[in-house]
Design a protein around this ligand. Sequence first.
Ligand code: ARG
Length: 473
Amino acid sequence: MTETLMSQTSDSETPSSIWGGRFASGPAAVMQEINASIGFDKRLYRQDIAGSKAHCAMLAACGIISEADGNAIVSGLDAILAEIEAGAFPFRVAFEDIHMNVEARLKELIGEPAGRLHTARSRNDQVATDFKLWVRDALDAADVQLRALQCALLAQAEAQADAVMPGFTHLQTAQPVTFGHHMLAYVEMFGRDRGRFADARKRAGECPLGAAALAGTSFPIDRFHTAAALGFAAPTANSLDSVSDRDFALEALAAAAIAGVHLSRLAEELVIWTSAQFAFVRLPDSFSTGSSIMPQKRNPDAAELCRAKAGRLIADLNALLIVMKGLPLAYSKDMQDDKEPTFEAFDTLALCLAAMTGMISELAVDREACKAAAGKAFATATDLADWLVRALGMPFREAHHVTGALVKAAEAAGCGLTDLPLAAMQAAEPRITADVYSVLTVESSAASRMSFGGTAPARVREQCAAARTRFGL
Ligand code: ARG
């Protein structure tokens, strides 16, 4: 869509033709500048025209306007939609916002009947309806993208169900896990995100149109008619709440912020894993960037930017919470500032989800490097302690102590637990037998974690299959 924003001062001497009945002069240039939202709310054009068409059809069906006027208005609105999509619509700052731009253009196209469209309606219920429709579409689009990311993660999980890597706590080597298991952790997170978007979508199911300015209308409208025509489950139940509620946007932004946090955590892991010191994964050329001075560099810029952009998502939620905080009922112009943060958040989220899905799909896992790292830093010490409990009936606290001594001995000898001679083991605990070595490899460690939701490859494969069903992947 090409932008045709006309001069912001052109008609500052003329009162608005829409609401200027009681005004002798037009707005100051800066008044117009702070007041106008057309620069950003033109994005609501599709929803605005759909809302107006539904309202118009209802007015005609209820006998509030004539059939002929109704038809004229609908064809005019269709012509406007075509103009906007062709980039030929004259967006004008003088008409403030998308609602008045469409109505003013309608008057130019069809004349007198255009003035009847705004019967039993206000911009307050109009914008609430348009924006809610937009947010519902954004929620649906986010779900599609989140699902695609889950599919990419699941494909990696299936391929790497038995690839052993170090699991970390405090970013210190903790216990061996499988790469597939790690991918499935994110499948869960993004699954919960989808749940949050779906919940928000459900609560955004009521249509504000017909609440008019704040009190409802004296015209015999049928709000169930417009609600159904616009795909809502029902009309909103309280006209004051209808025009002052932005919970639907706040919930969407909250869910987006949480998804952004998840994306930033995965992004951070990619940044760590692609470093030469870890080298667990390699991003393809298509998702790497070079350095202008260091020829060897392969930088994970897209991951870094996903990490950074979570900040915007959090800020956008914060921005709207602060706009809404303390606003008296019903509509206040403050609420016009709901759109930019919401648009920015969903644009940002869409970009990050697309980039992350691309990176995860094309990630090459270095199974050998992962396995080698998994064996470092005494990662199977817990397995040794568990063996002492199982084989010798030792209380876990004592087993923990004995194992600590063995780790200390291995550290002093400069070797891993697997290379510590049996004699050295028996010096700490005489009842230890050679059977202990069977639990000290990283593969046996991971394979032993068979508890539900555990990291054993068999469990990971089961959870991959379960995830396909649970999340419809
Ligand atoms: N552009 C306005 C907004 O986005 C539309 C509603 C204006 N309502 C009013 N009473 N001035 O909030």
